[in-house]
Design a protein around this ligand. Structure first.
Ligand SMILES: [Zn+2]
Length: 360
């Protein structure tokens, strides 16, 4: 999925997947949409990536697996360049997944990420992000959530069928996931994407530029904006009391859309008790008549990622880390650590604090 950050789009390397053989959808194995705790992650990393990339990726991926209770086997291509054509090391990483692609299909230039569900493999292409430490992490969570969504959507995520999926829900939930991940796991990086999104949406509404409607359902929408889309999803979570059952947005929604054979409006209506059009009208009324302070009420007021999957499907006790994480901060002398957890199991905790903080 293309990934932008509003309001200023970052410099990007763009990699899009060409569709699989047009109009032809391969049957997927029955296990395709079943996440597992020990799903293999096949790495195809650009040799030019900084040394910190691999441990950073490992840490973020382990976090995501803990949050979701399991992951899907996938191939991850990571390249380190903002320029295209890529250097030889990036090209080598991309070429290493070529045998997995359908005949004649090539990974092409796009933004940040592509996810291709070939009949035999899921391929996630990540660009090493140099915008800021928080975004370097959040983009991994965001893009992996697309793998999660599209694995649950099975054949609906392949080829032309993908274009009928609701863009604002796909991107809004992925953006929500990435911002929650940073807020709850890397709060020491001081970057609250949800607050930023709220401020942006409020400013747009105040200026009379925010009109949410059916055009948000397509990836061709020229007004596509991650901040606006994530605000709409936060509003949905708020009015439907989903913050303590975020699993509905992260997993149930996509399973229901698949069960409804892509008729996502019906799935939306049955899950949320209102039609998409009614929701758009409500959201527009809310943003048009609400102060920034009032808008903040739609955000979660406590960590919620622990509700992304039921405890019963989580293989290991879930330890939520709200801690400093990696790069030097503006106030290196202060470290705030908060540990929370879900589930009844006992867990052991080791906290190590040193002068040189380089751990991921
Ligand atoms: Zn995305």
């Amino acid at each position: 999925m293309v990934h932008h950050e509003a309001p200023t789009p970052p410099p990007t390397l763009s990699i899009h997947a060409a569709p699989t053989t047009a109009g032809h959808v391969h049957a997927l194995p029955s296990s395709w949409s079943v996440p597992t705790v020990a799903a293999p992650v096949h790495r195809h990393f650009d040799a030019a990536l900084p040394d910190e990339w691999a441990p950073l990726f490992t840490r973020c991926f382990e976090d995501v697996r803990a949050i979701l209770g399991g992951t899907f086997e996938c191939h991850v291509v990571a390249v380190h360049t903002h320029r295209w054509p890529a250097g030889s090391s990036a090209r080598a990483a991309l070429d290493s997944v070529a045998p997995l692609l359908s005949g004649g299909t090539q990974l092409q230039v796009g933004d940040y990420c592509t996810f291709q569900a070939a009949p035999r493999a899921r391929i996630l292409v990540l660009q090493y992000d140099t915008i800021c430490p928080a975004h370097r992490r959040s983009v991994i969570a965001h893009e992996y959530l697309h793998v999660h969504q599209m694995s649950l959507l099975r054949e609906l995520a392949l080829g032309p069928a993908h274009d009928t999926l609701p863009m604002w829900l796909m991107e809004g939930t992925a953006a929500l996931f990435e911002h929650l991940y940073i807020n709850e796991f890397w709060s020491g990086l001081h970057r609250d994407g949800l607050e930023a999104a709220l401020r942006f949406a409020h400013a747009e509404a105040t200026a009379g530029r925010l009109a949410f409607g059916r055009r948000k359902e397509t990836y061709e929408d020229v007004s596509m904006n991650y901040f606006v889309e994530v605000c709409a999803v936060c509003y949905l979570a708020h009015v439907c009391a989903l913050w303590t059952r975020v699993e509905v947005l992260i997993t149930t929604l996509w399973s229901r859309i698949y069960e409804a054979q892509g008729e996502w409006r019906g799935a939306f209506d049955s899950l949320f008790g209102r039609s998409p059009d009614t929701f758009y009208d409500d959201f527009n009324r809310f943003t048009a008549s609400t102060t920034l302070e009032q808008m903040r009420r739609i955000l979660p007021h406590a960590p919620v990622l622990g509700y992304c999957c039921p405890d019963t499907s989580r293989a290991e006790p879930f330890l939520r880390r709200l801690a400093y994480g990696g790069e030097r901060t503006e106030s290196p002398g202060r470290v705030r650590v908060h540990l929370g957890r879900c589930g009844p199991e006992r867990v052991g905790v080791t906290l190590t604090v040193g002068r040189s903080m380089v751990a991921n």
